[in-house]
Design a protein around this ligand. Structure first.
Ligand code: SF4
Ligand code: SF4
Length: 452
């Protein structure tokens, strides 16, 4: 498919370094988004931690009836986001349950009731929508109350990101529609099937943050998504589209800002330091529904993909649905399925259990087979320097990993361990198969434990 010519396209961009892993998007990129339904009597688990920031406290009790969209956990803390019931049902328990982070987290367990509300319309945005009708405070309050968090993975509360800070004004909202992680296609499908709410969310985010410019960035391997978004922004002011070359991790905040705006976020700094807020397409869609219809985040689009799943696809999933139930909706696992990743193969950690819930930040599930997984023993570092050459942040992964292995966290911190964005490029290019990313993650956890 060719990209439509348009004055709204501002150029073709990329960043330095990075890698080109096989896309493997074919499994699900043409699969339209399907709503999954929960059976009466099944359970959903809504953890009180689904975001960066203070955990929520449950606001419901065992045996209490709840309705879809009802707030069931909240916090007074500034950096937090409430959680809501995705279904009509009864609270079975409020207890510590398995969490995708690999530990037990206080959660509200709900038994799904017989009667569920009708599926909400989520594609067509109201034709008379006018972002000018909403002021910054209204947008930020609605975003907060709906529990909107970044859906690209980081799950930072969106209301906090958008709140104007006189010391750090924002001039641009940069929309991440790159979806550079192999296999995943949920953002791609959302841009094709429901561009209206994304563009409305961008207009609202610009008003909330006081930004004068909105740029939607999409990789050049998604011409259908580019055309879909173009058709939606043709009559808007101040919104443009940036086409990015397909490269990993193009969707990293710092790489995207550098590629499109030629600004450099300082080490340890935030996009706000260069007058930018970066937001994912799914996040903006949720924001738009939150503001216009007070709709809380109780569903999200999840790709279930890989050769290890029988019917890969893109699904509209209730937040809190169990991973095992979602995999059933995708036809179940194949006989040679070997590893289930929470995300894509570059950044997604593997899960030892299917007894974990889907969170607001879960963009995909990738199931690899025994044939996909190379079983090679790590050998000694050959000092080739490839991990350094390909690190998008110019870190020295081999030295950091060495320091972590020696439990010398001070040294690892001196080498900027905390700046690592966990993109996995270093592990991907290492000829000695050294699991550098695992060392880096372990080192960051170790540093956090020490700080506590
Ligand atoms: S050190 Fe961190 S940021 Fe650099 S390539 Fe490795 S995982 Fe990515
Ligand atoms: S890529 Fe692997 S082998 Fe090469 S320097 Fe880095 S850690 Fe050593």
């Amino acid at each position: 498919m060719a990209v439509t010519k348009s004055a709204k396209i501002i150029g073709k961009f990329t960043f330095k370094r990075g890698v080109h892993p096989p896309h493997r998007k074919k499994f699900s990129e043409d699969a339209g988004i399907r709503a999954v339904t929960l059976l009466a009597g099944s359970t959903v688990v809504v953890p009180m931690v689904q975001h960066i920031g203070a955990p929520n406290k449950p606001t419901v009790e065992k045996k209490q009836e709840v309705t879809a969209g009802q707030e069931i956990g909240s916090s007074e803390a500034f950096v937090s986001a409430p959680v809501h019931s995705p279904v009509n049902g009864v609270v079975q328990n409020v207890t510590a349950m398995n969490h995708p982070l690999g530990r037990k987290v206080l959660s509200v367990v709900i038994s799904v009731g017989e009667q569920q509300p009708d599926q909400q319309q989520w594609k067509q945005f109201p034709a008379d929508f006018d972002a000018q009708k909403y002021d910054s405070e209204t947008i930020i309050n609605a975003t907060r109350q709906a529990g909107v968090v970044g859906q690209g993975g980081a799950a930072f509360p969106t209301a906090v990101k958008l709140k104007p800070n006189p010391e750090k004004p924002v001039d641009t909202i940069l929309v991440n529609g790159c979806e550079c992680e192999p296999y995943l296609t949920s953002d791609h499908r959302l841009m094709i099937e429901a561009p209206g709410p994304i563009v409305a969310g961008l207009q609202l985010a610009m008003r909330a943050a006081g930004a004068t410019k909105g740029i939607i960035a999409i990789e050049d391997n998604k011409p259908d998504a580019i055309n879909s978004i173009l058709s939606c922004i043709k009559d808007t002011n101040q919104i443009q589209l940036a086409i990015c070359k397909t490269k990993y991790p193009q969707g990293g905040e710092k790489q995207l800002i550098n590629a499109v705006l030629k600004r450099v976020v300082p080490t340890g700094g935030l996009p706000l330091d260069v007058q930018v807020v970066v937001s994912n397409v799914g996040t903006l869609s949720s924001l738009a529904w939150a503001v216009v219809e007070n709709r809380p985040v109780t569903q999200r689009i999840v790709t279930v993909t890989g050769a290890g799943v029988k019917s890969p696809g893109n699904f509209r999933v209730p937040v809190g649905m169990m991973l095992s139930d979602l995999l059933e909706q995708a036809g179940g696992l194949t006989d040679d399925a070997e590893k289930v990743l929470l995300g894509g193969p570059m950044m997604g950690p593997s899960t030892p259990t299917l007894d974990v819930p889907i969170l607001k930040g879960t963009s995909g599930i990738t199931v690899l087979t025994s044939g996909d997984i190379k079983r090679q023993q790590a050998t000694a570092c050959v000092r080739c320097g490839r991990c350094v050459d390909y690190c998008p942040l110019k870190l020295v992964p081999t030295r950091i990993a060495h320091a972590v292995k020696a439990r010398d966290i001070e040294m690892a911190l001196d080498y900027d361990l905390l700046a690592c964005m966990e993109c996995g490029c270093c592990s991907y290019v290492c000829p000695a198969q050294i699991p550098l990313l695992q060392y880096l993650r372990a080192g960051k956890q170790f540093a956090r434990d020490i700080k506590k």
